[in-house]
Write a protein that binds this ligand. Structure first.
Ligand code: BMA
Length: 317
């Protein structure tokens, strides 16, 4: 047992599986999360029986059980659009106070490759499709809620050659209008050799503002002879310049341990896309995909994560 595991699994995990869906699906995983009108809302990646994913909403009063799953997708591929022909994957959602709307960033997948897609919504019952904002290959995108120095900030992971990000690192781009984006700038690179995050890293949920910086929960991958091991790490970026990482925890904070994380369509994968902060109690709820099969919930105190990351070496990545 890794004693640095800062998140605690919920006793009723996995909290949502394909069996909870009102229609036949293969798997539900990698969910975004938000509190909307006092309820917890998750936007799950749902893989259908063809292997194509769409995004679907589920709501719960306590964020643990009693989920009501929408009878149909919120965002599914439209006919004739090549960039989304193979579906939508891995959403993140964030409230944008300036627009008074929610932003959904996700992967649109099709023959050109995975690309970053943006949709806006008022209520998670309809979406305003803004389309691909970062062309293939690019994925793992999360927006900051507010502009920094007048610009929107998008974390993402491009993998075209020669771009920052192409070696499996997290990059960021800036925009005036959420449409035209600057060239990717380096943020956080994989570590080397035997490290747990040596193959690739990708941003998890939209970073959370704290007084010490933007708290970044990210996934890291290590290659092994039996495939990739996905684990979760922590870093802190400067509030006024989020491309600058001030702290990065050496150890992962959450890895596959439970049977539903070890075994599934893609075993040994924990993949966080949703993080909800309850300001009254200081509790964080992390919603994550388990083994590309089901949805897990794990909790921590925000203050414990901040203490841990602040104690980590101050070192640019
Ligand atoms: C990543 C993404 C995730 C997936 C993970 C593990 O590259 O495609 O959707 O959960 O791999 O298979």
């Amino acid at each position: 047992m890794n004693r640095r595991e800062l998140f605690e699994r919920h006793a009723s995990n996995p909290i949502l599986t394909a069996a909870d869906w009102p229609y036949a699906v293969n798997a539900v995983f990698n969910p975004a999360a938000a509190v909307v009108g006092g309820e917890t809302l998750i936007l799950a990646r749902v893989e259908d029986l063809r292997g194509i994913s769409h995004l679907c909403v589920a709501r719960s009063a306590n964020g643990i059980d009693g989920w009501t799953v929408d009878p149909k997708p919120l965002l599914a591929p439209a006919d004739g659009i090549e960039s989304e022909e193979w579906g939508f994957e891995d959403p993140r959602v964030v409230w944008l106070p300036e627009l008074e709307r929610w932003a959904i960033t996700c992967t649109a997948y099709g023959p050109p490759g995975p690309a970053v897609y943006l949709a806006l919504t008022d209520d998670f019952s309809t979406v305003d499709r803004r389309g691909v904002i970062m062309g293939a290959d690019d994925k793992n995108a999360a927006l900051l809620p507010d502009r920094i120095d007048g610009k929107w900030i998008l974390f993402h992971r491009p993998s075209h050659e020669a771009a920052a990000g192409s070696s499996g690192e997290i990059a960021l781009s800036r925009s005036d209008d959420l449409t035209a984006w600057s060239a990717p700038e380096h943020v956080l690179a994989p570590r080397e050799g035997a490290w747990w995050d040596s193959r690739r890293v990708g941003i998890g949920p939209p970073p959370l503002r704290t007084e010490h910086g933007w708290l970044i929960v990210y996934h890291g991958v290590k290659d092994t002879v039996s495939g990739g091991l996905y684990r979760i790490g922590l870093a802190l970026a400067e509030l006024d310049e989020p491309s600058r990482i001030s702290h990065r925890l050496p150890e992962w904070i959450f890895g596959s341990q439970a049977p539903y994380e070890r075994v599934g369509d893609v075993g040994n994968a924990v993949f966080p896309c949703g993080l909800v902060h309850d300001e009254a109690t200081g509790q964080l709820r992390m919603y994550y995909g388990a083994a590309d099969t089901s949805i897990g919930l794990a909790t921590a105190q925000l203050a414990d994560l901040v203490d841990a990351v602040l104690a980590a070496p101050v070192k640019p990545s």
